[in-house]
Design a protein around this ligand. Structure first.
Ligand SMILES: Nc1nc2c(ncn2[C@@H]2O[C@H](COP(=O)(O)OP(=O)(O)OP(=O)(O)O)[C@@H](O)[C@H]2O)c(=O)[nH]1
Ligand SMILES: [Mg+2]
Ligand SMILES: [Zn+2]
Length: 350
């Protein structure tokens, strides 16, 4: 098998400037610090070198499924050590749990992400928007999959489509049932050889069941759902598989805490001092700029509150507000920003 068949394209190949003693391989599975990498010859277990670990400044620098890495093979090529990470062309990430504003890589070098919601209980447009923001931020093209159509009436399905369009979401939608098989061929038809896809969505929506359908056999374990339709996190690691038609597909565990994607949630926790001060401002919607009776400004002026600490909160708040914006508003803002950049460039030429 050629590396191009594992998704290596010209852009990535150009970036992959690893040393002469290293060979290129793709990370196909990650499970708590253990890796599996695949190259022309096949899949082998791999680990990070101490040097790599030492040089990784944040968790974003750690390899994730889909990454291309420079490796050295050992013990008759039965084992590999990961020495280098090839810069990513696209990525999925979310905020790490906990107070620090740090991101966790979920997967890399993906061409298209299938955002999966089940018609039964799971359907939620606000959550869909959040997934879209996440996918768009990572430079990945989204496609929406509505699963378990066998459990709802055509009218209900129609209503869900309507709600998605009302929210201004224009992304392609495929409705499917893993039980009747309806729509599965449409997904298959969309998937191209050598391109990488992933399945994103809550636990129990049928991601793994769909992969098994696409594979044509039950290769990956699927799980039962509770009475409320909620899944039980059957898939526990991220795994890249290759379909018969040559497309590459990453299965992922259901995401429990989508809120963690943006920095919003952790923000007030991390800046409890500022939240406490802000509660004492005269106006509830105080922006702490120059409103009278602003407790935050007063605290900065009298040295009670560190100005740099406040600046960093201010910056993260703006970023999180942007993350929190609806998909539509964000697109509007992006457009406005694009126009602004254009006009600045034009003015610069005068
Ligand atoms: N009625 C119906 N049930 C389905 C459909 N697709 C999957 N299921 C069932 O839903 C349950 C969960 O499916 P999985 O494929 O394990 O779900 P998952 O999204 O991979 O869940 P996690 O691995 O936990 O993230 C299983 O019992 C499947 O048989 C469908 O289209 N219709
Ligand atoms: Mg699964
Ligand atoms: Zn204030």
């Amino acid at each position: 098998m050629e590396l191009t068949e594992l998704g290596l394209d010209d852009v990535l190949a150009k970036q992959a400037t690893c040393g002469p003693s290293l060979r290129l391989a793709r990370v196909t599975a990650v499970d708590r610090g253990r890796y599996v990498v695949r190259n022309e010859a096949g899949e082998v277990p791999a680990e990070l070198t101490g040097k790599f670990l030492h040089a990784a400044a944040t968790s974003v620098d750690m390899p994730c499924v889909g990454d291309w890495v420079g490796v050295q093979y050992h013990d008759a090529d039965s084992h590999a050590t990961i020495h280098e990470l090839v810069p990513r062309r696209s990525f999925l990430r979310r905020k790490s749990p906990g107070k620090n504003i740090d991101f966790q890589m979920i997967a890399a070098n993906i061409d298209e992400a299938f955002i999966v919601q089940s018609c039964q209980f799971d359907f939620n447009v606000r959550r869909l928007e959040r997934y879209l923001v996440m996918v768009n931020e990572g430079h990945i093209a989204p496609v929406l999959l509505l699963t378990k159509t066998d459990l709802v009436s055509p009218a209900e399905l129609e209503r869900m489509h309507g709600n998605i369009r009302i929210a201004g979401i224009t992304t392609d939608i495929i409705s499917l049932s893993n039980v009747t098989g309806e729509g599965v061929a449409q997904v298959q038809a969309l998937m191209q050889p050598c391109k990488t896809y992933c399945l994103l969505g809550s636990s129990g929506v049928g991601k793994t069941t769909l992969i098994n359908q696409l594979l044509g056999h039950d290769e990956l374990a699927t799980g039962a759902v509770s009475g409320t339709g909620e899944g039980r996190h059957t898939t526990t690691r991220r795994h890249l598989v290759r379909l018969d038609n040559g497309a590459l597909l990453i299965d992922m565990p259901g995401m429990r805490e989508l809120g963690m994607m943006s920095t919003g949630e952790g923000l007030d926790d991390s800046f409890g001092d500022i939240a406490a001060l802000a509660a004492r401002c005269r106006f509830a919607d105080c922006s702490h700029n120059n409103e009278p009776g602003c407790a935050v400004r007063k605290a900065i002026e009298c040295g009670e509150l560190d100005a740099a600490h406040y600046q960093s909160y201010f910056k993260l708040k703006a970023e999180s507000d942007f993350n929190e914006m609806s998909y539509l508003d964000k697109r509007k803002k992006d457009k406005a920003f694009g126009k602004m950049v254009k006009s600045v460039l034009k003015d610069g030429r005068h």
